[in-house]
Structures are given as C-alpha cells and as structure tokens.
Write a protein that binds this ligand. Structure first.
Ligand SMILES: Cc1cc2nc3c(=O)[nH]c(=O)nc-3n(C[C@H](O)[C@H](O)[C@H](O)COP(=O)(O)OP(=O)(O)OC[C@H]3O[C@@H](n4cnc5c(N)ncnc54)[C@H](O)[C@@H]3O)c2cc1C
Length: 387
C-alpha cells in the first residue's frame, strides 16, 4: 500500500457482504486488489517476448548447456581469504539428438535456467570451495514439483470469483466463463530447526507483496496465527461431500520442529518426487479439496477435469528471486529462484538485469536485497507468500 498499490482491507462482515458464497470462519482480515490485477496466459507472454526480441535481431541457439570454458585469477581478500575470480569465455551447447556441441563465445552469461539453474551454477564452478567461504557458497535453487487442478462446479461462485489465496495455502481462481476453476496448494514445508511452519509464515503475509499477485486478488488472513505438462485425469473424477475430510481445526496439530499448534493439515508432509511430472490426485483429495470446501461450501461437490504438474525454481534459502551478478564468476548474472512467482516478476527482473549488465548498477528498481551475496552473508529476503 505504501508503494501505491490499490488494495482495500475488509473485515469478515464486509467480506461476507461482498462474497456471500464464502465462509469467513477463521478470517481476521482480507486484502482485496482493486486495480492493475489480472491473470494471463504464460505461453502467450513468452511467445510475445520471443517474437519481439527476434524482430530486434536476437539469435537463438537451441540445445543443452553442458560446459563453461573460463579463465581464472587468484587473489587474496583484505582478510586474507584466498579467492579465485573466474570469467567465462565460451559455453558448450549440446545439440539435440546428437553428441555434437556448438561452442558459443560469450562476454556475459545470464543463468535463467529456472529449476535447473543450481546445476548450471555448479557447472560454472559456483559452490565448489571450502564450506563457509564465498567460493563454497552454492546457488540454493532446486526443482520442486507442484500441481495445478482444474475442476467444474456448477454451483460455484461463477463470475464473482476473484483469485482467492486462503491462509491454509490453498488458492483458486475462475477459469473461463463455464463454472470451471483452477487452483492448488503447495505441500507444507517440513521445517528445519528454528524455522517456522510455512503455514505460520502465511499468517504473516505482507500486504504489499500480495498486491502484486497475478482478475482481482483476494487474500485472506487467518484469525489465529497460532492456532509444465498437461495430464489428463483417467476419467473426470467427481468429489462429493461424503468423501470430504474436514481440515483439522486450529490447535489440533503440531508443526514439525515447533511446539506451537499448527492450524493446517501440514505435519509430516513431504515434497513430491521431482524425478517425474506425474500428478498426484490423492493430494487434491486430501490436501487441497478440504480447504477449498471449507472456504467455499459450494466446492463440497465438484468434478476435477484436468490436472498438471510443473517445477518451481525453488530457492531453499528464502524463497525469493536471485538477481544480478555472481561476485566471483564475474560475468555470470542470475535471474532465477522465484519459487513460484517468476512470471509476474519477469518483466521487472528482465529490466533490472539488463540495467545491471549495461550500467553496472540497478537503476529503475533497486533489487540489491536479491543479490547472490546474501547467501554467504546469511541475510534473508524472506518471501512469506508462497502458494
Ligand atoms: C504449477 C505452477 C504454477 C505457477 N504459477 C505461477 C503464478 O501464478 N504466477 C507466477 O508469477 N509464477 C507462477 N509460476 C512460476 C513461473 O512459472 C516460473 O517462475 C517461471 O516460469 C520461471 O521462468 P524462467 O524463465 O525463469 O524459468 P523457466 O520457465 O523454467 O525456463 C528455464 C529454461 O531453462 C532451460 N534450461 C534448463 N537447463 C538448461 C541447460 N542446461 N541448457 C539449456 N537450457 C536449459 C529450460 O529448458 C527452460 O526452458 C508457477 C509455476 C508452476 C510450476
């Protein structure tokens, strides 16, 4: 709001009045985006950008990056730490269906390899040094499999539905005009010692970042913080109220690594195997549908028509983007680690990386909290709004 986003905060009573199809139980406050919100087709956006840059003279070389050829300079820092500065001169691009590779000379490499960017960083020697040193600091980005489900519900909220992000982490929005809806939920984090259950993080959502989520966006905040492959479903699966497992009530579970009660269905959930893109339909029944039906009683009966899985480029350190140059591999720049929010941030990040490469500093927006060096310094730019 401080940055000028037009959002309004609504009490449960105001929420009920505006969206009578919604159960406001457990909601303390809702944030509703009033303008400049919307959803778009990612593939069209990508193709639009691609065609534009092609028209401007950009050449594409298709294949897999398998090697970097670089030169090194050994130096010693003011505190006596020995470091090796590297500059990449050539990239080997393996041609599809062939053992051949094409050497591509380069002045600058942008590591925008999404979920695989951690692997690309390793190829460039990043993180291959003694632990605790800058040289030994890895790019903490890895693939995390996430599902999206599309369901039909004739009694659903219809055209009135904005994109709704529930405190449980479940989200949905209308898809088209025919009472179809699209949504999902990330598996809850099995937290490491000292870090909170992600459900708890969700309760501390920052209004300004929520306002930038991809119609209108409605974010619900809980009353009690304590407490890309399309896969066709075998046949459409109908879910009816008698199969519904109600979400645990606040206080009935305990977060892993925490003594506090957790208001979500999260205890010992595990990340799905990222080795394939199969969709887990039980996940919908057990982890997504109960929250949807709790918030929108009409969703107690629905038919799942399609589902797909894709990879988040998940930054395990603070679930936020990594933008700008590497301090030691001096001509590798990052634009990765967006942990499920990369599309909406892509235009701004593209501009910021271009400015950094051409001018040596950020100009339009200062993205320095997202530099790689934060992993070494231990300075988190924690994103609390991962859905
Ligand atoms: C289920 C799901 C829902 C999402 N919902 C949203 C949303 O609502 N809003 C939002 O903003 N974002 C969302 N995202 C996230 C968004 O899709 C990503 O953040 C975004 O696609 C990242 O774009 P990218 O160009 O950085 O990476 P990608 O689109 O992953 O592109 C990386 C490219 O690098 C290539 N590559 C990898 N390794 C190599 C190699 N060795 N050599 C050559 N090429 C290589 C890959 O083939 C790929 O083409 C969602 C993601 C998923 C999976």
């Amino acid at each position: 709001m401080q940055e000028g986003a037009k959002v309004c905060l609504m009490s449960p009573e105001q929420l009920r009045k505006k969206f009578p199809w919604m159960n406001t139980e457990g909601v303390a406050l809702a944030s509703y985006g009033l303008e400049n919100e919307g959803w778009f087709d990612p593939w069209c956006l990508l193709q639009g950008l691609r065609r534009k840059v092609q028209s401007m003279g950009v050449l594409f070389c298709h294949g897999e990056v398998t090697r970097f050829v670089s030169s090194s300079n050994h130096m010693e820092t003011a505190i006596g730490e020995k470091v090796t500065l590297k500059r990449i001169h050539e990239v080997h691009v393996k041609v599809d269906h062939s053992q051949e590779y094409q050497p591509v000379e380069c002045a600058i490499v942008v590591n925008a390899a999404g979920a695989w960017s951690g692997r690309i960083a390793e190829l460039a020697g990043i993180g291959k040094g003694p632990s605790g040193t800058l040289q030994g600091t890895k790019l903490p980005v890895e693939p995390r499999k996430r599902y999206v489900y599309l369901w039909h519900c004739p009694q659903g909220p219809g055209l009135e539905a904005p994109l709704v992000a529930d405190p449980s982490g479940a989200y949905f929005r209308r898809e088209g005009l025919g009472n179809n809806y699209l949504g999902g939920c990330s598996p809850a984090e099995v937290s490491s010692v000292g870090s909170g259950c992600r459900g708890e993080d969700r309760d501390r959502v920052s209004l300004s970042s929520q306002a930038s989520l991809a119609g209108p966006v409605l974010v619900l905040m809980s009353r009690s913080p304590l407490a890309l492959t399309w896969g066709l479903l075998p046949p459409s699966t109908t879910y009816q109220a008698d199969r519904l497992k109600r979400p645990a009530r606040p206080g009935s579970d305990v977060c892993p690594g925490q003594r506090k009660p957790c208001p979500h269905l999260c205890p010992q959930e595990e990340e799905p195997d990222p080795g394939n893109l199969e969709v887990d339909h039980d996940f919908f029944q057990e982890k997504v549908w109960p929250h949807l039906a709790q918030r929108v009683p009409a969703f107690e009966t629905l038919k799942v028509r399609r589902a797909w899985a894709g990879y988040y480029d998940y930054n395990t350190f603070d679930q936020n983007g990594v933008v700008g140059p590497h301090p030691l591999v001096v001509n590798m720049y990052f634009a990765t680690g967006f942990s499920g929010h990369g599309l909406q941030q892509a235009p701004a990040v593209g501009r910021a990386v271009a400015e950094m490469m051409l001018e040596g500093h950020f100009q339009t927006i200062n993205l320095s909290p997202f530099l790689f060096s934060r992993f070494y310094l231990g300075e988190k730019a924690q994103e609390h709004c991962i859905i």
